[in-house]
Design a protein around this ligand. Structure first.
Ligand code: UDP
Ligand code: MG
Length: 309
């Protein structure tokens, strides 16, 4: 058992690890001498692994977990959460975009009685317009369609109590979206703000493809809005179809201005279109319930009780 664990996912960060290790050490050792830095090498193709191993050989606070291939950022962090022993656990990126010094401020804030302190990006530097724009739209859309309050402009840089980590370990879902799962858990959560700097070295490991997949994971794990879309559009289409069918009948029988066969074809097409969308929506409702169950999340999280177990 340590006082504090720091989880650092690593994917091609060879030019950041030394500096990160130094700054983390100086920040964290001020908080407690009982700490561990856990580096998870997520299938890096550069020298990251040997650098981490060399550091670990000289610093008893440093541990590493080496993945057999690239499993992705969220899985790397999850492995760190599984292995860490700290009473307090922090997650930080390896590229120094998340300033290590902020850990001290976040830790201070926890003492005010919070279980989670996350770091909220006031501004972001050195990222292109596309990334900032898509991130902004995505976080806001997600916040609107989910029932959980997922804070906007927040990554995984945060510090949390052991209680939270223990619940996270009981959320065995395959599609990890930690920045949604942690708010889902509840307890007292707050944030500190910071200006996000440019990467110290190297380039982003998040390709547009990975970002897209991550965004879809976030939406499907915390919202059934896309599934409900079929039902909603089914009703809209059926309503329009109904009016159109009336019009088709009207032109066939009242004004008698029609092309042979048009009425029956229109009615059939419109009717089937509406019925199909509604049926897909019904199937969607069942699938949304199944996906909620398959996630295997606990039904609730108890903060305290006077019932003895
Ligand atoms: N990372 C990882 N696996 C990946 C991609 C990224 O472990 O497949 C790590 C990376 O080394 C860094 C953190 O996740 O510590 C954040 O990644 P990155 O800085 O590339 O993302 P960005 O800041 O551009 O969103
Ligand atoms: Mg980064």
């Amino acid at each position: 058992m340590k006082d504090i664990s720091i989880i650092i996912p690593i994917y091609n960060e060879e030019n950041n690890i030394h500096l990160l290790h130094e700054s983390l050490t100086s920040v964290v050792s001020k908080i407690s001498s009982s700490y561990e830095l856990i580096f998870i090498n997520d299938g890096s193709r550069d020298n990251s692994l040997s650098i981490v191993k060399a550091i670990a050989a000289n610093d008893q606070h440093v541990y590493y977990i080496n993945f057999s291939r690239n499993f992705g950022h969220q899985i790397a962090v999850s492995a760190g959460l599984d292995y860490c022993t700290g009473n307090t656990v922090a997650i930080i990126d390896a590229d120094l975009q998340d300033p290590p010094e902020l850990i001290q401020e976040m830790h201070q804030k926890m003492k005010e009685g919070f279980e989670v302190v996350y770091a909220k990006r006031k501004s972001r530097d050195g990222e292109n317009f596309m990334k900032k724009f898509t991130a902004k739209i995505f976080y806001r859309t997600l916040a609107r369609i989910t029932s959980v309050e997922i804070p906007v402009d927040t990554g995984d840089f945060r510090i949390m109590d052991r209680k939270i980590v223990d619940v996270l370990k009981h959320m065995p879902e395959q599609q990890k979206y930690l920045r949604g799962q942690i708010p889902w858990i509840g307890f007292r959560q707050t944030y500190v703000e910071y200006d996000r700097k440019e990467r110290h070295a190297g380039e982003t490991g998040y390709t547009y493809r990975k970002m897209m997949r991550f965004a879809i994971d976030g939406i499907t794990s915390f919202s059934t809005a896309p599934l409900k879309f079929a039902t909603a559009s089914g009703f809209v289409v059926s309503f329009i179809s109904f009016i159109w069918i009336l019009y088709a009948l009207y032109s066939r029988f009242i004004i008698k201005d029609y092309v042979q066969g048009w009425t029956s074809i229109m009615i059939a097409v419109l009717f089937i279109g509406g019925v199909q969308l509604i049926c897909i929506g019904i199937i969607g409702e069942y699938i949304s319930r199944m996906s909620a169950n398959i996630r295997n999340r606990p039904l609730y999280v108890v903060q305290d009780t006077n019932i003895q177990e």
